[in-house]
Design a protein around this ligand. Structure first.
Ligand SMILES: [Zn+2]
Length: 97
């Protein structure tokens, strides 16, 4: 199974946010970025599509229009390689929730 965030690496970490939520399946680097509120826009998008607006993905931490981390604890690296999907795609996924 692939990491739910980057969808590139295999998952290595199962992170349970709280008992009501399903666990996050993440590779180590995405796990780090989730913990430090420094996901790249596409990773943020992928995770919110699965988990909704959980406490790790709160709108205090990310701009929902652009997927940009607004208060990362570490530097957001290579965010231009993982851009937010277009607004159209975003709407389709969002209404499918
Ligand atoms: Zn990953």
């Amino acid at each position: 199974m692939k990491c739910e965030s980057c969808k590139i690496n295999d998952f290595e970490v199962e992170q349970l946010e709280d008992e009501q939520q399903k666990p996050y399946y993440l590779c180590k680097s995405c796990f780090d970025r989730l913990e430090n509120k420094a996901l790249r826009p596409l990773e943020f998008f992928n995770l919110t599509a699965i988990h909704g607006h959980s406490s790790h993905l709160h709108d205090d931490f990310y701009d929902y229009e652009t997927g940009e981390a607004t208060q990362p604890d570490i530097e957001v690296v290579e965010s231009e390689k993982f851009p937010f999907p277009t607004l159209n795609k975003f709407r389709i996924v969002w209404t499918g929730l």
